[in-house]
Design a protein around this ligand. Structure first.
Ligand code: 5GP
Length: 220
């Protein structure tokens, strides 16, 4: 018997950039949280934002909360991989942690809007896998925003108005999921990640593996 056959085969691959977008309240953040709990090899990109902190949020974990001048300095210095103005606030992805993760073949999750998704798709091409999460209905979206009870009525109204414009971009994503049932939606995302990880074009280590495989003589 070939002794190598009992050793687990680990084939090097490029890191994956998993982008999740949806209108506010469609459940993307819950899906992202479940994904992080389920898969410890996935790292979340912590964005910078000029929006004020919600009561339930932790600085440095959910966002790095910064001022507009701080944001402008980061943006102008090229420290943001992508950035956008969403619902009247600035948001951006710090460049350095992403570049480090990609270089080390680690996977990253991005909870960003369509403008950010587009910028990452343009810059990082095949490393990006994008998923758009749709609500089952606009009525359900509205009641989820109210149930969350973390934003003022005015903020909720702005987010509902903007949600239509966000949904218009659904075609720009690789996958589209309707979040009717959270477990089911999470299951879909989890399957996408598993499948994307074993794509041939992501696994540069396959070349060496197959070359080695073919040097083995069959034991006839
Ligand atoms: P929230 O204020 O509800 O946390 O986020 C509002 C929107 O901004 C969400 O659609 C979220 O995905 C998006 N967002 C959060 N961080 C970033 C970022 O770094 N870049 C971009 N482009 N959008 C972001």
């Amino acid at each position: 018997m070939n002794p190598a056959a009992s050793t687990p085969v680990k084939i090097a691959r490029r890191g994956l950039m998993l982008v999740l977008s949806s209108p506010s309240g469609a459940g993307k953040s819950t899906i992202a949280r479940n994904l992080m709990e389920d898969d410890h090899s996935l790292e979340i990109s912590v964005s910078v934002t000029t929006r004020s902190k919600r009561p339930s949020e932790i600085a440095g974990k959910h966002y790095h909360f910064i001022t507009v001048p701080q944001f402008e300095r980061m943006r102008d210095a090229g420290d943001l991989l992508e950035w956008a103005e969403v619902h009247g606030n600035f948001y951006g992805t710090p460049r350095e942690p992403v570049e480090q993760a990609m270089a080390e073949g680690r996977d990253m999750l991005f909870d960003i809007d369509w403008q950010g998704a587009l910028q990452l798709q343009e810059k990082m091409k095949a490393d990006v896998v994008s998923i758009f999460v749709l609500p089952p209905s606009m009525t359900e979206l509205q009641s989820r925003l109210h149930r969350r009870a973390e934003d003022s009525e005015e903020v909720i109204r702005t987010r509902l108005l903007n949600s239509r414009a966000e949904i218009e971009h659904w075609r720009e994503y690789d996958y589209v999921i309707v979040n009717d049932d959270l477990d089911e939606a999470f299951g879909h995302v989890s399957c996408i990640v598993k499948a994307e990880r074993i794509r041939r074009d992501r696994r540069h280590g396959l070349f060496d593996f197959v070359r080695e495989l073919l040097t083995e003589e069959p034991n006839l």
